[in-house]
Design a protein around this ligand. Sequence first.
Ligand SMILES: NC(=O)c1ccc[n+]([C@@H]2O[C@H](COP(=O)([O-])OP(=O)(O)OC[C@H]3O[C@@H](n4cnc5c(N)ncnc54)[C@H](OP(=O)(O)O)[C@@H]3O)[C@@H](O)[C@H]2O)c1
Length: 326
Amino acid sequence: MNSKAIRVHENGGPEVLKWEDVSVPEPGPGEARVRHTAIGLNFVEIYFRMGLYPPPHLPYTPGTEAAGVVEAVGPDVTEVRVGDRVAYCGGPFGAYSEVRVMPAKFLVPLPEGIDEATAAASMLKGLTSQYLLFSTYQVKRGETILVHAAAGGVGLILCQWAKHLGATVIGTVGSEDKARLAAQHGCDQTILYHKEDFVARVRELTGGKGVPVVYDSVGQATFMGSLDCLQPRGLMVSYGQASGVVPPFNVGILSAKGSLYLTRPTLVTYVAERDELLGRARALFDVLTRGIVRCEVRQRFKLKDAAEAHRALAGRQTTGSSLLIP
Ligand SMILES: NC(=O)c1ccc[n+]([C@@H]2O[C@H](COP(=O)([O-])OP(=O)(O)OC[C@H]3O[C@@H](n4cnc5c(N)ncnc54)[C@H](OP(=O)(O)O)[C@@H]3O)[C@@H](O)[C@H]2O)c1
């Protein structure tokens, strides 16, 4: 079967994202063919495109998050059936495509109340928020936490969910508009980190105590400051590097700053078992259907215009979730 997909032949800027003809094979044992209706845009695809993370091979089709309908299944598939509406946020790359074949074990059937656009906008960012709030650290009622890039894709979901858990949420943002948006999505206090000293503000807002956990996806620009926002024995969760890679540092700093903990988690290890994937997805679908977490699609791009989407995301022009539409 012939189809269209974005392909990357060499690492580089957004211009390396090419719209090409590809052939899609029949699904083999354990595989399903999915026709995408919506594809999630994620910052991690920028790291791979640039070569900051090595792509698995060249050329490749980027993307690990999408929703659509199962068109065909190979032998021995038990997870999904033809006609199922499904979404995924892991497995082999290839989401930037109209149709693809992938291992069925990564596919999550969608419940009635979850449309495909919402699923593609929230699977990767929502399951990330879920594991960060419940597994990497268990956020408790009454705690004050710090979330960087609070108006971003993960940020808006993380802040709403943390607020629902009873936390007071301090969020950093890059503009006044983003501050307003974050405030509408669970942020109790916003800090414009390019203008204000966020460490001093967090100390002030917590009466000098600091916070028990920092969720930092900005990386280089905020890492050291984030450590200074923590209480003694607090947990630094460094889960991304939108501003650049965190340079190597002396672990003695963690002792000097108060016996701090540091983790660098990734979604892959938190959804490695199918039971865990389905359990976290159920928790996400539950807060979405009950309206506890809202995940509006704030930007839509045509799939063939993926380069434009990457420019917008890397250039801090987007807020919340963005979709690529085949
Ligand atoms: N470890 C995991 O499991 C995992 C899973 C999903 C995502 N992530 C990470 O979480 C982060 C958010 O992902 P996302 O897809 O939702 O993206 P996003 O937050 O929507 O976009 C990134 C945001 O980071 C901020 N930022 C600060 N400095 C920046 C810079 N120099 N260049 C670009 N952006 C900068 C910008 O917000 P402001 O303008 O408000 O500063 C920007 O909007 C990424 O770092 C991603 O890698 C990690």
